[in-house]
Design a protein around this ligand. Structure first.
Ligand SMILES: Cc1cc2nc3c(=O)[nH]c(=O)nc-3n(C[C@H](O)[C@H](O)[C@H](O)COP(=O)(O)OP(=O)(O)OC[C@H]3O[C@@H](n4cnc5c(N)ncnc54)[C@H](O)[C@@H]3O)c2cc1C
Length: 421
């Protein structure tokens, strides 16, 4: 007997009550109900792959009208892409894939009753729940930095209005100014992205504000792809980017908004434009639902992506403790597919597949110079471990790098079509 048939039999008496408590369920109750919270990369992929099985009722909960991808948002900051070209609606998921999309935030989860509460008070029953709420910021760790400060010293670590604020600041900055990037400690969303940002903003400065400087105030002593970045900075932007690791300046401990200053454990850095990327944790709904541990992230089973803290709730994407998998869109997409097949197997008895987990990233150093990595992973000993890894090397020809930059653009189109239908 599958989980679904077992549950249907044991819950027959409660069916009317659940239906009354779940006004949003548009279709009949004959199929198992999967609710997905978060319409970003992990959530949209999970909803799409669950719905395409045609055996489940799938509802996606997302308060925003559309999703702006973080990947490629550094190209927007450099004036190389429009924000519109990075924006995707949920219409195709609803119309082509039959997903019920509810434009509200989830406010609470009752894991015992298997009900999600939504903004405005409505409630939605589920047989399985998938959470992909992305990240939240640990604002308390940087004194003076909160939502209001982020309007002046943007993090731009969720793409959309924050990216727009930062782009406008860079455009109005005078030539000769200092752009400071405060990069967080691990683990955080997309480990190479602060350094890709430095590279692409340097490309913009080189053309329009060549006397300007970029300071990276890092809470770490090394970073992802360091050799490749440092090589590119000396080739493309000599003298323009300075990286200051934690061993020299300490971590960022505060900001002074009025003077646009970043305060580290040893010094204060005044900037013309400051991009403060705070330390991170799982999205708040996961924390509120008791799905995080002392690290602030969500422990999951590496095969099914079911929470190890609450049954019948699965998590994918940046919010999870993913072992060796980085917090990336590609990882979120790969985890979401494995999770969808595991849920289907459990609810409908469809075949079980061992999870195939991948990450592949393209990182821009300049518009025609990108590097790549491709990694396969497998569950091992309750975690997720690297099986095989390829990464670009320092010294590759300009032609190889140009080809990577070109492939990245193709990847973007194919990947977003896979996620948003
Ligand atoms: C500058 C930058 C560059 C990047 N470049 C790359 C790259 O080149 N390649 C790559 O693979 N990755 C890249 N990434 C990382 C990638 O964007 C993230 O890893 C990915 O978006 C994670 O997906 P997610 O589903 O976990 O979270 P998200 O995509 O952030 O989605 C979370 C969603 O949950 C919703 N949500 C939150 N709380 C609730 C709630 N209570 N109710 C309902 N909905 C809720 C949010 O509104 C949001 O839409 C980059 C990131 C940044 C910042």
């Amino acid at each position: 007997m599958t989980d679904w048939t077992r549950r249907r039999i044991c819950c027959l008496g409660g069916g009317i009550l659940m239906a009354a408590a779940a006004p949003h369920i548009a279709r009949g109750q004959s199929r198992p109900r999967v609710v997905v919270i978060g319409g970003g990369i992990g959530g949209a992929t999970a909803a799409r792959y669950l719905a395409d099985l045609k055996t489940l009722d799938v509802t996606l909960i997302e308060p925003k009208p559309n999703h702006v991808t973080c990947f490629f948002s550094n190209l927007y900051l450099a004036g190389l892409r429009s924000l519109a070209s990075l924006t995707f609606g949920f219409e195709a998921l609803a119309e082509r894939h039959g997903i019920t999309v509810i434009r509200k935030a989830a406010t609470a989860i009752d894991a015992t009753a298997r009900v999600v509460s939504l903004q405005g008070g409505s409630r939605l029953a589920y047989d399985r729940l998938v959470l992909a709420p992305g990240i939240a910021f640990k604002f308390g760790e940087i004194a003076g930095y909160d939502d209001a400060a982020a309007e002046v010293m943007p993090h731009a670590w969720n793409a959309g209005p924050q990216s727009d604020v930062l782009r406008r600041q860079l455009e109005s900055m005078e030539d000769g100014g200092v752009f400071a990037i405060a990069a967080p400690q691990n683990p955080f969303r997309c480990p190479p992205a602060p350094y890709e940002r430095a590279s692409l903003v340097a490309y913009y400065f080189k053309q329009f504000k060549p006397k300007s400087k970029i300071l990276i105030l890092d809470a770490k002593d090394q970073f992802s792809g360091q050799e490749l970045f440092e090589d590119a900075w000396s080739r493309h932007y000599p003298g323009m980017i300075e990286w200051l690791p934690a061993q020299f300046i300490g971590k960022t401990k505060g900001v002074h908004v009025a003077t646009c200053s970043v305060i580290t454990e040893s010094q204060t850095f005044k900037a013309a434009v400051a991009n403060v990327i705070p330390p991170q944790k799982a999205g708040l709904i996961a924390e509120r639902a008791g799905l995080t541990d002392s690290t602030g992230w969500c422990p999951v089973d590496p095969v099914t992506f079911e929470s190890t803290l609450q049954p019948a709730i699965h998590l994918v994407g940046d919010a999870i403790i993913g072992g060796d998998m980085p917090k990336s869109a590609f990882s979120a997409n790969s985890q979401a597919k494995a999770c969808a097949f595991a849920i289907a197997a459990s609810l409908t008895g469809s075949p079980r597949f061992p999870p195939h987990l991948f990450n592949s990233c393209y990182t821009f150093l300049a518009p025609d110079d990108a590097f790549t990595n491709a990694i396969t992973f497998a569950p091992e000993g309750g975690s997720i471990k690297t099986v095989k890894m390829f990464i670009s090397k320092v010294g590759e020809s300009a032609e190889v790098r140009r080809r990577m930059a070109h492939q990245a653009v193709g990847w973007y189109s194919a990947f977003t079509a896979d996620v948003f239908g």
